[in-house]
Design a protein around this ligand. Structure first.
Ligand SMILES: O=C(O)CCC(=O)C(=O)O
Ligand SMILES: [Fe+2]
Length: 320
């Protein structure tokens, strides 16, 4: 689509991937960013590329000369301060208006990491994962192009094995190895979506969706995670019930759930209360179903076995 109104996003699109072709082309930085112009300005500035912090100059030399199967990927969460960038009406870029509602903004400066500058050569990319804390995301390509493959929360991709509580994900080590072994099968699998997000386009990753991304050519992108109202309950459920998997908050924050609850209570008390009620009811229902399914079998006099536990509700109902 060219663009999308916030209202249409909220009513029809929060659970579906899509690409918008207009908003990024209006960003001031879109008309002036290239690897060369970034080098002109930030050559000696250090950016994080996986386990190393390299001056941009060093990274670009590596990016243009390596033949690695899985090239080091520049993925920097502090790019705003390093590049003196600003986001907003008169800033260097603007969050596309349809994604305007972001409930993690109630956390102010204590929100978890939520935006990254991404740069890498062809073949670099991200192996299958879900985004942190049940957040949604947008990913804007400023230069280059990215191939995306996506699966809804309830359909893990072929070749990706997930433990019961989803805390462990096992898959082939490199994107190339996964593509060689599973790409053809994945394209035929239920729920699979694929597409190319090109220069000046932005893609929506709904909360809980699996995604794999590979740069088809040298690319520069900006990505940002957010919490739309329709996924608030997924996020609350994640913070409350998957505490050990919560990530990106500063170490001194002991309870991200309590902190978020406090912020929500101050700014959106009614929404918070009604959503908490739903999360708690769902939790009770799950417990009840579990208890019913595992009670002693009166005929056999032992716990019933062979039971498969799973929820296959609608997309919006799913709590990852
Ligand atoms: O490699 C990419 O551009 C995708 C990034 C991504 O999925 C993420 O930041 O969660
Ligand atoms: Fe992601």
């Amino acid at each position: 689509m060219s663009d999308l109104k916030a209202q249409a996003f909220t009513s029809d699109w929060t659970g579906k991937p899509f690409i918008l072709t207009s908003p990024v082309k209006r960003w001031p930085l879109y008309s002036c960013w290239s690897v060369q112009t970034l080098l002109d300005q930030y050559s000696q500035v250090r950016f994080r590329a996986e386990a190393v912090d390299w001056p941009l100059n060093t990274y670009v030399q590596y990016m243009r000369n390596n033949v690695d199967e899985s090239p080091l990927y520049l993925f920097d969460r502090s790019f705003h301060s390093k590049m003196l960038l600003s986001e907003g009406a008169n800033g260097d870029y603007q969050v596309p208006s349809c994604f305007g509602m972001d409930l993690f903004s109630v956390l102010g400066p204590q929100r978890p990491d939520h935006r990254w500058l991404i740069m890498g050569p062809a073949r670099s990319g991200s192996t299958f994962h879900k985004d942190p804390n049940a957040t949604s995301a947008w990913n804007a390509v400023v230069r280059g192009s990215k191939y995306w493959m996506m699966f809804p929360s309830s359909s893990p991709p072929p070749g990706v094995f997930v433990s019961q509580d989803q805390s462990e994900v096992t898959s082939p080590l490199s994107i190339a190895e996964w593509l060689l072994g599973f790409h053809a099968e994945a394209r035929e699998a239920p729920g699979c979506m694929e597409g190319v997000c090109g220069d000046g386009e932005v893609l929506h990753v709904p909360s809980g969706w699996w995604h794999l991304v590979i740069n088809l050519e040298e690319s520069i992108a900006i990505t940002q995670n957010f919490v739309p109202e329709r996924h608030l309950r997924n996020v609350i459920d994640f913070l409350k019930n998957k505490e050990s998997q919560v990530s990106g908050f500063a170490k001194h924050i002991e309870s991200p759930f309590a902190l978020f609850g406090k912020g929500m209570q101050q700014k959106f008390p009614d929404l918070f209360k009604s959503t908490m009620d739903i999360v708690e009811q769902t939790q009770q229902r799950k417990k009840r179903k579990w208890n019913e399914a595992t009670v002693e079998d009166p005929e056999e006099g032992r716990a019933t076995n062979g039971f498969q536990f799973g929820f296959h509700g609608g997309e919006e109902d799913e709590i990852p």
